[in-house]
Design a protein around this ligand. Structure first.
Ligand code: IMP
Ligand code: ZN
Length: 337
């Protein structure tokens, strides 16, 4: 046998498989979703089952607007509309279970679902207990949901203290971390540092939306003081934040469609973790942020990243496997997936 052919044919077969990676193939991968806001993730079918016709029409109109691209701050009012549709604890719980089924159908095996505590009439603790019932009911042999409790940069110290107290109290029942989200230029996060450090000392994961806006002026301080376990988005990082991240490689939660739709980046391969040479070795996971609002599945996000051509199929699969180790709760890895 011709030795060149012997080497070349298997190589061609492998590279053809790799280069023709399809969405269907990606769907079969065991994936983890580390950045998803409950309020932006309810399956649309679920919302249709509980919304009035007028609410649904308004929702479709807002979704269309975002689909065509909006400025970062223009994307936020839709959450109020969704809040008016999902307006009881029972609906939140049913929506959370519907979301778990939707994620599982995309072969997501573990999801950290983040949400801010609300008082829907029976207090924040009761609301959290309802969420915990939702994730208990949403868990299967193949799928593990966990909760992150969200704060914003403008949350009061009292709010932060209540949230951290409850997160610690219900840590063994599925709360695995704290998220800082909301419009990243609104408010001052500094007074919240002691509460966030208390959560961290108690073993909770900390993730902060960082680099969503070029106008953030607290990036280095957040990184140095909190040393968060992960950062959300990581698009508009200051030079000093980038320098810090080169020495402390904290994983980024990359949400490409979200970044495109709210005009953080114009092309997917412009994401700094893919394009900026200094951050090219930055660990990252692939996430959806708000799958309802951006009309994406996690598999779609992987396919989008693959379509940039910046990484090949092997590297994409490596990113997928490595992101499992970035999860705040590792117990799902013992399941017989
Ligand atoms: P909830 O906390 O479950 O009500 O989810 C909705 C909330 O998540 C919104 O009101 C925002 O505060 C936050 N959120 C959703 N998407 C983003 C984002 O891309 N950046 C920052 N905050 C976000
Ligand atoms: Zn987010």
């Amino acid at each position: 046998m011709n030795i060149k052919r012997f080497i070349l044919i298997p190589f061609l077969i492998i590279s053809t498989i790799a280069s023709s990676l399809t969405l269907e193939q990606i769907k079969q991968w065991d994936k983890v979703e580390l950045h998803l806001h409950l309020g932006g993730a309810y399956p649309k079918e679920y919302l249709r089952s509980i919304a009035t016709d007028q609410q649904m029409a308004l929702l479709e109109q807002e979704l269309e607007k975002i689909h065509n691209g909006v400025d970062y701050e223009e994307a936020f009012p839709i959450f109020e509309l969704i809040g008016r549709i999902v307006n009881t604890e029972e609906k939140v719980k049913d929506g959370l279970i519907a979301l778990c089924r939707w994620l599982e159908a995309d072969h997501v095996i573990y999801a950290e679902i983040r949400t801010g505590l609300k008082d829907m009439g029976q207090g924040e603790e009761h609301y959290l207990q309802t969420l915990l019932e939702g994730i208990r009911d949403g868990e299967t042999e193949w799928f593990t949901p966990r909760l992150l409790l969200s704060l914003r940069r403008f949350s009061t110290v009292e709010q932060a203290k209540r949230t951290v107290d409850l997160a610690i109290k219900y840590q063994a029942e599925g709360v695995v971390g704290i998220d800082i989200s909301g419009i990243s230029t609104l408010g001052n996060i500094r007074p919240l540092f002691p509460e966030l450090l208390r959560a961290k000392a108690a073993g909770l994961g900390i993730t902060v939306h960082l680099g969503e806006s070029p106008n953030e002026n607290d990036q280095l301080e957040i990184l140095e003081t909190l040393r968060p376990h992960r950062i959300g988005h990581a698009v508009f990082l200051t030079e000093e934040a980038k320098e810090w991240l080169k020495i402390h490689p904290i994983p980024a939660e990359m949400c490409l469609t979200s970044a495109l739709k709210v005009k953080m980046i114009e092309k997917p391969h412009w994401h700094p973790a893919l394009s900026h040479y200094a951050l090219r070795d930055m660990p990252y996971s692939v996430c959806t942020d708000d799958p309802l609002i951006f009309n994406v599945t996690l598999s779609d996000e992987y396919a989008l990243l693959y379509s940039t051509g910046v990484i090949d199929a092997d590297k994409l699969y490596e990113v997928c496997c490595a992101s499992q180790f970035q999860a705040f709760d590792q117990s799902f890895r013992q399941k017989p997936n």
